[in-house]
Ligand binder design. Structure first.
Ligand code: 5AD
Ligand code: SF4
Length: 487
C-alpha cells in the first residue's frame, strides 16, 4: 500500500478494522476539524514538534510531522503554536530534566491560548513514574503516548477532542509494525530508514530495552520498497537505523543477516551512499566487514561504541566483549577497510570504575585513534541493574576523568582530521554555508564537513572536491569543474 489520499476516505460510517486504514480514517476526520477551526480563527492552525535524543527519535518525529501535515496543521519552529508535541528521551537523567523545565514554559503559553493542545511521547513516557508525575503535577497536558503507538496519533487526538480530559495510552511492547504512515522528511536528499526497533541486549546501565521493547526487524521487502521510493524522490543517501543493527533479521520468518540486507540495498538504483547505526561490537560479523570492504556505496565510517576499555567494567556492563576482543575487531576492520573513520561512545564513571579501569579506556582511545567520540557521564537510570550497584563514583572524580578523556580524544582527532588534505574526494552537497553565502557545505563519506565555492544547484548532488586546507574540524575545498556526478 502507498500513503493514502484523505479526500477519498469515507468518514460517514464506522472506523475500518485494518490498523493503517483506521488511522487514515481518523486523519480524514481531523482534517475536516482543522479546516473548520482555521476558518473560525481566520488563520491556519499551527503545530510545533520538539525532538529530544537520538536519530530514532528524529525519525519518529518525521512520522509525527507527516501526520500533522496530512491533517492540515502548518508546522512552525516556535512553541507559541496551537499544538505542541515533545518527543522525549530518557537515556540520561538530564534529558528528563530538560523536558520538565520546558513543560513549565508551555504551561504559561497554554494560559495565554486555552485552545492550545500539548502532547508528550517518546521514551520518557514509557516510564510509569514519569507518567504518574505528569498526571499529578502537569495536568494541562492533553495527550501522553509512548514509543510503540506513534502510528495512533490521529486517533488519540480525535479521542482527546471527544473526551475533554487527559488521554494516556502507553503500551508495554509493540504489537505490530505499522507500515505506510505519512512521513515528512527534513532533507530532500538524505533520509533515515528504520530497519529494526527495540533492543534485547540489556546493557546494565541502559534504559533503552525497557522503553523501546524487544527487537523487531522490518520485512526486507518493506525496507527496499521504502528506499526505492526515496531514491525516486531524489534521496541519494540513507542512514539505516536500529539500536543494534547486527541483530537485524534474526526474528524474521525467513531470517536474514544485516550484511545480506546491505547487499540488497546496495542494488537500489540512484542510491549513492549508505550509512548505518548502531552496530554492537559483540556481534559484528566477518561477513559484514567483507560486505563493507567490497561495497561502493557504504560510507567509509563506522560508529562502534566501546563504552569502556576495562574488561572488568565491560563485564559489569553486560557488553559481552573484552578490551582485547574489541581491539582485535578494530584491527580486523582497519585491515579490510583501509582509511576507515572510526567513532565511538564512551561512558565515564560507571559504578565501581577505578583509576585503573579508566586508564584502560584511555589506552583503547590511544590505540584505536577515533576520529571523534561521544563521551557521557554515567547517569543512574532507575530500573536498570547498574542503578543497584554499589560504589557509585564521586562527582569530582568523574569530572576529572571526563576532562582528561576529552582532551585525549580531541588531540587525536585534531591529528587525524587533516589526513585527506590535498586529495580529491566525493562530497554530498547539503546546503549554502550559513555564514558565507558564496560557499556550499557538504559532507565527505567519513562525515567530515567541507566548505567550497559553488552554486546552490549542487545541493543534493555528489560533487568532486579537492580538499585544499584542513581547518581543525572541517576542510576548505575547491570544486573539480564538471564533476557533479549524480544521475
Ligand atoms: N549513562 C550514560 N550514558 C549512557 N548511554 C546509555 N545509557 C547511559 C547511561 N545510563 C550512552 C551509551 C550509548 C549512548 C547512546 O548513550 O554510550 O551508546
Ligand atoms: Fe542500550 Fe546496550 Fe541496547 Fe545500545 S545495545 S540500546 S547501549 S542496551
Amino acid at each position: 500500500m502507498q500513503e493514502m489520499n484523505l479526500e477519498h476516505i469515507d468518514i460517514s460510517g464506522k472506523p475500518p478494522i485494518e490498523e493503517i486504514e483506521k488511522q487514515y480514517y481518523y486523519m480524514a476526520i481531523l482534517k475536516k476539524w482543522v479546516e473548520k477551526k482555521s476558518k473560525e480563527l481566520g488563520r491556519p492552525l499551527t503545530c510545533c514538534t520538539v525532538t529530544f535524543g537520538c536519530q530514532m527519535n528524529a525519525r519518529d518525529s518525521e512520522k509525527i510531522v507527516g501526520i500533522f501535515e496530512k491533517i492540515g496543521y502548518q508546522m512552525v519552529e516556535d512553541e507559541h503554536a496551537d499544538f505542541v508535541i515533545f518527543n522525549t528521551c530518557t537515556v540520561r537523567e538530564n534529558a528528563n530534566l530538560k523536558v520538565y523545565g520546558r513543560l513549565g514554559y508551555l504551561k504559561k503559553l497554554k494560559e495565554q491560548n486555552p485552545h492550545m493542545m500539548i502532547a508528550l511521547c517518546g521514551c520518557m513516557m514509557q516510564e510509569d513514574a514519569v507518567v504518574e508525575k505528569i498526571r499529578q503535577s502537569y495536568r494541562f497536558v492533553d495527550i501522553i503516548f509512548g514509543t510503540h503507538n506513534i502510528f495512533k496519533l490521529a486517533e488519540l487526538i480525535h479521542t482527546r477532542l471527544e473526551s475533554k480530559s487527559m488521554i494516556i495510552d502507553i503500551w508495554k511492547d509493540a504489537v505490530e509494525i505499522v507500515e505506510d504512515l505519512p512521513s515528512e522528511r527534513k532533507y530532500s536528499f538524505k533520509a533515515g530508514v528504520n530497519i529494526m526497533f527495540g533492543c534485547n541486549n540489556f546493557c546494565t546501565y541502559c534504559i533503552v530495552p525497557y522503553v523501546r521493547g524487544r527487537e523487531r526487524s522490518r520485512n526486507p521487502k518493506d525496507i527496499i520498497r521504502e528506499i526505492e521510493a526515496l531514491t525516486a524522490d531524489g534521496v541519494v543517501e540513507i542512514m539505516l537505523l536500529g539500536q543494534n543493527v547486527n541483530s537485524y533479521g534474526k526474528n524474521l520468518e525467513v531470517p536474514m543477516t544485516f550484511a545480506q540486507l546491505l547487499e540488497e540495498i546496495e542494488k537500489v538504483d540512484g542510491l549513492e551512499r549508505i550509512r548505518f547505526m548502531t552496530p554492537h561490537p559483540k556481534d559484528l560479523s566477518d561477513e559484514l566487514i567483507e560486505v563493507m570492504s567490497k561495497s561502493k556505496k557504504i560510507c567509509n565510517h563506522l560508529h562502534l561504541p566501546v563504552q569502556s576499555g576495562s574488561s572488568r567494567i565491560l563485564k559489569m556492563m553486560n557488553r559481552h566483549y573484552t578490551k582485547e576482543q574489541y581491539l582485535e575487531l578494530v584491527d580486523k576492520i582497519k585491515e579490510k577497510v583501509p582509511n576507515i573513520s572510526l567513532t565511538t561512545d564512551i561512558i565515564v564513571g560507571f559504578p565501581g570504575e577505578t583509576e585503573e579501569d579508566f586508564l584502560e579506556t584511555m589506552d583503547v582511545v590511544k590505540k584505536v585513534r577515533y576520529d571523534s567520540a561521544y563521551t557521557f557521564i554515567y547517569s543512574k537510570r532507575t530500573g536498570t541493574p547498574a542503578a543497584q550497584m554499589e560504589e557509585q563514583v564521586g562527582e569530582d572524580v568523574i569530572k576529572n576523568r571526563f576532562d582528561r578523556l576529552l582532551k585525549e580524544i580531541q588531540s587525536i582527532s585534531a591529528e587525524l582530521v587533516g589526513r585527506d588534505a590535498g586529495t580529491i574526494q566525493k562530497v554530498l552537497v547539503e546546503e549554502v554555508n550559513s555564514q558565507n553565502h558564496a560557499l556550499m557545505t557538504g559532507r565527505l563519506s567519513n562525515n567530515i564537513l567541507v566548505h567550497f565555492e559553488g552554486n546552490k544547484d549542487l545541493i543534493g548532488r555528489i560533487a568532486e572536491v579537492k580538499l585544499t586546507e584542513c581547518k581543525g574540524f572541517y576542510y576548505m575545498g575547491k570544486l573539480v569543474e564538471g564533476s557533479d556526478s549524480t544521475i
